[in-house]
Design a protein around this ligand. Structure first.
Ligand code: PMP
Length: 378
């Protein structure tokens, strides 16, 4: 099997799985219980949280565990919008966001919030001038992803925040960092709020992080009884949290070496595939190498993905969360409908081998030639 869909989800690393098993077996107490077993669990919870906050150089109280990035995005956008609705009702997001952000915006529209979509340039970089012009005294929140999930474009968050603050010091800045953490260095001090997920960084599925600086007020979107964490009450899922902590530590190590290796694989694929008639590589100056988006001329992505599957090769459509639809990111960057409806996403990892890439390229060429001939004859 050749897995090239690491941006949809990653396999759990063996070490992380071992942590999960040990904690699930040996820490049976509810971290909210007052007895010794509860205290033992609470201690592990606190040390896991401390490890994550130390890695990102933020306060422990600024980390909230969620079920994943979708929930974190909900906490950020809904929580901050409702908490700040007296200051204004205007929100700005980019045209390169994950579908979860757009769905939340659709909901916020029904609650009286006004959403603007900031433009980007031909490389996918946020258009600073457009952002400046969109900003209003009533803009309470801007949300821009650190790395786009389809074309992998990476935004300069620090500079974007400067543009925002020049226009309105009170506007909060959130970034969906789900495709950035574990791939590139992220600085949580560049933003007021951030989201990411365990299953994209070789951690378990069903756990994520919502980061918010202490000064930011958000209303809880989940109501419950436990006091430990106002924003996310309920029994603490300790095996998930302890293994997420390990996944964060392992995945943020050695990033340069991993990225250089992945870049070489990415370049090899681009060199080979760009020789094929009709193939378009959707990659810009600011794309990270882990995510490689390709348009297949006239071929339907589903057909191509299933053909690759016959060779036990697994790649993705634009995002796992919007299979079969037009790629909004390719559209936002290239403004070409045909290009945006025929995309597949190859996502690479430091676990990918050169041999896997060679086999993938061989199979790709065989399938492409066959299907391209068929559609060209139609
Ligand atoms: N944001 C981005 C950028 C993503 O890539 C994803 C996962 N495809 C999500 C949010 C949603 O993450 P989760 O599955 O953890 O809810």
């Amino acid at each position: 099997m050749i897995y090239l869909d690491y941006s949809a989800t990653t396999p759990m690393s063996y070490d992380v799985l071992e942590t999960y098993n040990t904690v699930a077996k040996d820490f049976i107490g509810n971290a909210n219980s007052l007895h010794a077993l509860g205290i033992k669990s609470k201690k592990l919870y606190e040390s896991s949280k401390k490890q994550i906050s130390d890695i990102f150089n933020v306060l422990e109280s600024e980390i909230v565990f969620t079920s994943g990035a979708t929930e974190s995005n909900n906490m950020a956008l809904i929580g901050a919008s409702f908490a700040n609705s007296k200051k204004g009702n205007h929100i700005i997001v980019s045209k390169l966001e994950h579908p979860s952000i757009y769905k939340i915006c659709d909901y916020l529209k029904t609650q009286g919030f006004d959403i603007s979509y900031v433009n980007n340039d031909k490389d996918g970089l946020i258009d600073f001038e457009d952002l400046k012009n969109l900003m209003r005294p009533t803009t309470i929140l801007v949300s821009i992803c650190a790395v786009n999930s389809e074309v992998g474009v990476r935004q300069p968050l620090k500079m974007i925040r400067q543009v925002i603050h020049k226009e309105n010091e009170n506007t909060l800045f959130h970034s969906d960092m789900t495709q950035a953490v574990g791939k590139v260095v992220v600085n949580l001090h560049d933003v007021d709020m951030a989201s990411f997920s365990g299953h994209k960084i070789y951690g378990p599925k069903g756990i994520g992080v919502f980061y918010k600086t202490s000064k930011v007020n958000v209303v809880p979107i989940i109501i419950g009884s436990t006091k430990e964490d106002n924003l996310r009450p309920g029994t603490i899922p300790l095996p998930l949290i302890a293994s997420l902590s390990k996944a964060v530590r392992l995945s943020t190590m050695d990033l340069d070496r991993k990225e250089n290796f992945i870049r070489r694989l990415n370049e090899k694929i681009c060199n080979e595939l760009s020789k094929l008639d009709g193939i378009k590589i959707n990659k810009t100056k600011i794309s990270i190498p882990h995510i490689l988006n390709i348009s297949l001329d006239e071929i339907k992505p589903e057909t191509f993905i299933h053909a690759l599957e016959e060779y036990e090769i697994y790649v993705g459509t634009n995002t796992a969360c919007s299979s079969g639809e037009l790629s909004t990111s390719v559209m936002a960057i290239y403004n070409d409908k045909k290009r945006a409806t025929t995309t597949i996403r190859i996502s690479l990892s430091h676990l990918t081998t050169t041999d896997e890439v060679n086999k993938f390229l061989n199979s790709f060429k065989i399938i492409y030639e066959k299907l391209h001939n068929l559609v060209s004859r139609d």
